[in-house]
Design a protein around this ligand. Structure first.
Ligand code: C2E
Ligand code: CA
Ligand code: CA
Ligand code: CA
Length: 277
């Protein structure tokens, strides 16, 4: 009854206005967070099915806000996108991820790629390719070890400009991966023309792999598609042995997920995976 009362009451509050205020406050906190260096990167291994070796790390941002505590990227990335703050935040991510990977390579282990998420807003910035190039130079990163992850909708945006942009990025020597693949509406004809290297199967499809239903058909189709287009294919959100064995049998190239490792701080990556080198 109390719940009911609250709901009725809310009907009369200027809800839209308070949502706008909350957004504004989050934006302010984000801005300060950037100044106070409240962001940190986690890294999640990407593992080759056939060799069992780590071949990549996805950089995933974490925010420990003085005002709000830990805030999930699913909450603050969309606001950062809307307000444009994703541009400086994204630059910070790119620079730190590249610098970290160079530092790891200098420790002398087998090199692995670093995968960095790029949002639509960053991709649309007029100087995005220049930024990529500048960060690669400044961090002395060999471009072949950088992979950017963009979503299907960014890659599929029609018009020559998306293809041109992707071509310019490829010319730098950077790899391109399509994130959350299968959730958008890819035109296969168009996909064929895009200079991409990797399809990343969305974790919603991986979740469907179990003993009892038939959610696996989409995955099988994506793997075959990737093969015929000569693209690498990686499955994300791999959590169980059943999922692991299914994907391995279907000859998926790589996997990422809690089954192998959660995203970890750089120091924990070193402790777990780099000792012994
Ligand atoms: P995403 O790029 O699809 O990243 C995969 C998400 O799945 C990550 O959530 C990761 O922690 C989570 N994950 C990994 N393995 C498993 C698993 O086995 N099971 C389950 N249930 N989840 C798993 P996270 O780190 O919370 O990031 C959420 C989203 O926020 C990302 O989705 C990405 O879209 C965005 N994001 C994160 N970091 C950045 C960044 O630096 N820049 C941009 N632009 N976006 C970012
Ligand atoms: Ca991603
Ligand atoms: Ca994803
Ligand atoms: Ca199933």
């Amino acid at each position: 009854a109390k719940e009911q009362g609250r709901k009725n009451y809310q009907f009369f509050t200027p809800e839209l206005n308070s949502r706008a205020q909350e957004r504004l406050s989050l934006e302010n906190n984000l801005r300060k967070g950037l100044e106070r260096e409240e962001f940190v990167l986690n890294y999640q291994p990407q593992v080759d099915f056939s060799t069992g070796r780590i071949v990549g790390m996805e950089a995933l941002i974490r925010w420990n806000s003085a005002e709000r505590g830990i805030v999930s990227p699913d909450v603050f990335i969309p606001i950062a996108e809307e307000t444009g703050l994703i541009v400086p935040i994204g630059e910070w991510v790119l620079r730190n991820a590249c610098a970290q990977n160079v530092a790891w390579q200098k420790q002398g282990h087998q090199p692995w790629r670093i995968a960095v998420n790029i949002s639509a807003r960053q991709f649309q910035e007029a100087n995005f390719v220049e930024l990529l190039s500048r960060v690669l130079n400044e961090t002395e990163m060999d471009p072949q070890w950088l992979e950017i992850e963009i979503t299907e909708s960014i890659a599929m945006k029609k018009g020559e400009s998306a293809v041109n942009l992707l071509n310019r990025i490829k010319e730098l020597g950077v790899r391109i991966s399509i994130d959350d693949f299968g959730t958008g509406f890819s035109s296969l004809n168009y996909l064929q023309r895009l200079p991409v290297d990797t399809l990343k199967i969305d974790q919603s499809f991986v979740r469907d792999i179990s003993e009892d239903d038939n959610g696996e058909e989409v995955i099988t189709t994506i793997i075959l598609l990737a093969r015929s287009l000569h693209l690498r294919v990686i499955a994300e959100g791999v959590e169980t042995k059943i999922q692991y064995h299914f994907l391995k049998e279907k000859q998926c190239d790589e996997m990422q997920g809690y089954f192998f490792s959660k995203p970890l701080l750089a120091e924990d990556i070193e402790r777990k995976f780099l000792s012994g080198f």
